[in-house]
Write a protein that binds this ligand. Sequence first.
Ligand SMILES: Cc1ncc(COP(=O)(O)O)c(C=O)c1O
Length: 461
Amino acid sequence: MPDRSTEPAPGQISRTRLAGLIGRERAEYRRRHPRSAEAFAAAGGHLLGGVPMTWMRMWSGGFPLYLASASGARLTDIDGNEFIDFCLGDTGAMAGHSPAAVRDAVARRFGELGGSTTMLPTEDAAWVAGELTRRFGPTHWSFTLTATDANRWAIRLARQLTGRPKILVYSHCYHGSVDEAFILATPHGPASREGNVGAPVDPVTTTRVVEFNDAKALDTELGYGDVAAVLMEPALTNIGIVLPEPGYLEKVRELTSRHGSLLINDETHTFSAGPGGCTRAWRLEPDIVTIGKSIAGGIPAGAYGLTAKLAERILADESADIVDAGGVGGTLAGNALSVAAMRATLEHVLTDAAFEGMNEVADRYTAGVSDVLVSRSLPWTITQLGARAEYRFCSQRPRTGGESAAAADTDLDEYLHLYLVNRGILLTPFHNMALMCPSTTLADADAHTKIFAGAADELLD
Ligand SMILES: Cc1ncc(COP(=O)(O)O)c(C=O)c1O
């Protein structure tokens, strides 16, 4: 009789088999992308890490695909391969690639009218601010070029407004390259995140950190009375998706108010939950909302919004220089081109109606993946947040960033990314996040399900 003691149980994965499959898919990736491989090899000389931005090294397969063109939910590489794009520029293109309304607004502003960056306001800005108020609640908005800057400036304002030195974030959060946020809750207490590049100071001195969904820890940390603001995503999205438990976000609001800390909702990714992100979908009442990435349909832009009361206080604060070199604002922020693109995106592309369609496609994607997991007894989960969904290698939905981090599996990530990309499906290179844009179709979701099922079957064969 064959010895079965080393064979995996149902739904379990043989690591030897997985290694073999990764080798096969890596070879296939090289075979399908010779021009991208050549371009990458040729680019090395003067680009740091061989790529325009170092994260672009993250793609599985040893080199990134080189972009030829993109439209809606489709992207073509320089080898002529077409992809259904669920990566969507890691959310930067949640409006779809080059949506017509944004393309026209950009052409008009930059081409016809001229003047993309002049340090003068345009009338679009007030429209955009009004629309952001309608969607997210805060009444007074200012613009940035990135979500990172929106968070940085919001943190500075929160410190100024409260006179307190620290901020509080969740373990395994990501809010852009914000110095204060590179901290983890560990069994031995708070610690700087591994790989934190050139930290100006140990984040333990600037930041308190707790696990998501842990109200008791939040109460304790806020109780020290030195936290200016809690900076949070209403659901974590950068360590898989971690949803809040019922009542948790209400508790966060209650505790921040009781302890005199401001609450900042970073809606950069959770915007996928609907036209006003989680803030509107779940009737949240933060003091400040920050957002970036997708709101200008692919043109760099970000924004932060304050409640009327906070806006009035900061404008009246003579010790806060917000009109010159006081640490808030930037030369190109609020430029006419970004603002025109934001207006076109919010008015015509990421509309209330568009989110209904995106959610429907994400429901289909999630149901398809769920069927595959159940029918193959795979001990994985899928979690959806409106137009975004993500599978994770654990049988129960993680409650905290720590639990979700423990479910990471770089080999499985690599296998699935390569398997999908070799068959025309692009996921974000970070974990297994998939995002729907207004042009993503039900058939696109089904195409993913079919290929994902194939990947699962080969793993379990
Ligand atoms: C929640 C959140 N906030 C902020 C950022 C920073 O965005 P950007 O890199 O465009 O500044 C990110 C980036 O992934 C994010 O996920």
